[in-house]
Design a protein around this ligand. Structure first.
Ligand SMILES: Nc1ncnc2c1ncn2[C@@H]1O[C@H](COP(=O)(O)OP(=O)(O)O)[C@@H](O)[C@H]1O
Ligand SMILES: CCCC(=O)OP(=O)(O)O
Length: 360
């Protein structure tokens, strides 16, 4: 029998770019990216305010590529800051659009994924999905404790890419992910980590609890943070920007580009080397911390994200965590592919999409 062919548009809105791709079943037909000017972005108060601009970016890229969008079977967007979700697919519905538009948990570029996907899909009369949203939350009860009852730990990480590379690694080991313990760290503009056991992400280190990264602070000593917030130098918005956007490498070195930092190091900048090495040191410590969740019985550690391209960074990390388990390096982010393949499984009936409802 002839294989049924599905064309799927994947949309991944990032903080400074919108990436798209079209897949026909497992094969990528087209990929494009629109870089957004930082000055232009600064005109918008919230991510959701960027909706029209991001829609234009996606549509003009498709038009420029002369892509016949009428052939699409579904549109998939990166899932954003919704209430805690299950892993896998959710069909984008009005309740989700309403939540992301008016009361997202945080202001994050991923919030635009479902909104743009829904707009395009609705105009074509086809379904829109999100897959492995950043808020997939499968934490064990003990992992939710923070130290004060008013603050409950919640999951928020690079779920889409981290689960995709974990599945890929399990395949390489001829195993099912459900039968493995895998610690994964994604290193991009933000750095997050998770430990996957029994197929579930039973604990995570969010970008507010783990290593500092190119533009975020990660975990900081909390009393000094309280002092900084009440120093009179910051209001809520500027303190948040200091933590997210102006933290990490940006705060120490004035750039969020790891490649620029490596250039400085190669030119003999010892301070840049200390700061960059500090990031590797903190990533290694985070991996060690996550390894304790499965009592050290880690089958494999996976390093992924754009910075996993860096031999300097991965060598430093492997040197510190190699005693825990073998380390697989899968550089880059596979988010467009992971969105398309997840959606394909839904269209083929291999997976069921969940229905989003807002919790009471
Ligand atoms: N080949 C590379 N080696 C080292 N760092 C890289 C490489 N490519 C990109 N990076 C760095 O990765 C970081 C984030 O990249 P990006 O792809 O924008 O990720 P994200 O979408 O997660 O923010 C930047 O600091 C960038 O300089
Ligand atoms: C919200 C967790 C995932 C994350 O930080 O994504 P970005 O690095 O793309 O902002």
């Amino acid at each position: 029998m002839l294989e049924k062919m599905y064309k799927i548009l994947s949309i991944n809105p990032g903080s400074t770019s919108t990436k798209i791709a079209v897949y026909e079943n497992e094969n990528e037909l087209f990929r494009g990216s629109v870089e957004h000017d930082v000055a232009e972005l600064s005109r918008y108060k919230t991510m959701v305010d960027q909706f029209e601009m991001r829609m234009d970016a996606v549509m003009s890229r498709l038009v420029a590529a002369k892509y016949p969008i009428g052939e699409l079977a579904a549109v998939a967007g990166r899932g954003g800051k919704l209430p805690p979700l299950k892993q896998g697919a959710y069909r984008v519905n009005k309740a989700m659009v309403d939540f992301l538009t008016y009361r997202p948990i945080d202001d994050h570029a991923s919030n635009l994924g479902a909104l743009v996907a829904y707009e395009i899909a609705s105009s074509l009369g086809i379904p829109a999905y999100i897959y492995d949203a950043v808020v997939v939350d499968e934490l064990e009860e003990v992992a939710r404790l923070s130290g004060i009852p008013e603050i409950t730990r919640r999951a928020s990480c690079h779920v889409l890419n981290m689960r995709a590379v974990a599945i890929k690694t399990a395949k390489k080991f001829n195993k099912n992910l459900r039968d493995m313990n895998v610690v994964v760290t994604h290193m991009g503009g933000g750095i997050t980590g998770t430990v996957i056991s029994g197929g579930r992400m039973i604990d995570v280190l969010t970008d507010e609890e783990g290593p500092y990264s190119p533009e975020r602070v990660g975990r900081v000593p909390c009393r000094q943070l309280v002092d900084l917030c009440f120093s009179g130098k910051h209001d809520r918005a500027s303190a948040t920007r200091r933590m997210r956007g102006n933290g990490g490498l940006v705060a120490y070195l004035g750039t969020n580009k790891a490649l620029e930092v490596e250039e400085k190091i190669k030119n003999g900048d010892k301070y840049a080397e200390l700061i960059y090495y500090g990031m590797a040191y903190q990533v290694a410590k985070a991996i060690g911390e996550l390894a304790t969740v499965v009592k050290g019985k880690v089958d494999v550690i996976v390093l992924t994200g754009a910075i996993a391209h860096s031999r300097m960074m991965t060598d430093w990390i492997v040197d510190r965590v190699g005693f825990i388990a073998p380390v697989e390096i899968i550089p880059g982010e596979n988010e467009l592919e992971a969105l398309a393949l997840g959606t394909l499984r839904v269209l083929r009936g291999e997976e069921q999409a969940h229905e989003f409802t807002e919790p009471e």
